[in-house]
Design a protein around this ligand. Structure first.
Ligand code: 5GP
Ligand code: ZN
Length: 121
């Protein structure tokens, strides 16, 4: 079974407050913070506090956790200044593995939005 916390993981350190971040949200099992290199006017990430390396390691037992992330995304998106659906909206993205473009190996859900054009994508 996987450790809940990886002492070498940058996102575990952010969750623990050992590395500063611009926090958007926190509860017992989730943490959200702004991306240090935003690819859109609004760009934050929602992460489980438990160290799951990627979506490829999520199991049936993580189903409710993943569902909570998906339902939190639209709430936080509006709070962070994304415009309302359908004219506004936001993008949810989970890079997984090297070919999926994943650079940090702690599961994270990108939420991006705001007026276009964006700097990337
Ligand atoms: P990935 O490519 O793994 O999906 O995305 C990792 C994201 O984490 C990147 O968009 C990158 O800008 C962001 N990131 C990497 N290191 C840090 C950090 O120390 N603080 C914050 N806030 N974001 C980070
Ligand atoms: Zn971690």
């Amino acid at each position: 079974t996987l450790a809940r916390h990886d002492p070498d993981c940058i996102f575990c350190k952010i969750i623990a407050g050992q590395i500063p971040s611009k926090k958007v949200y926190e509860d017992e099992e989730l943490f959200a913070f702004h991306d240090i290199h935003p690819a859109a006017p609004v760009h934050f990430m929602i992460v489980p506090k438990a160290h799951i390396p990627s979506l490829a390691q999520a199991t049936e037992a993580d189903g409710a956790l993943l569902g909570r992330i998906m339902l939190l995304a639209p709430k936080l998106a509006l709070e962070q200044g994304c415009n309302p659906y359908p004219e506004g909206g936001f993008r949810v993205m989970v890079n997984t593995g090297a070919e999926g473009g994943q650079e940090v190996h702690h599961l994270h859900v990108h939420v991006m939005g705001g007026k276009r054009p964006w700097s990337r994508g």
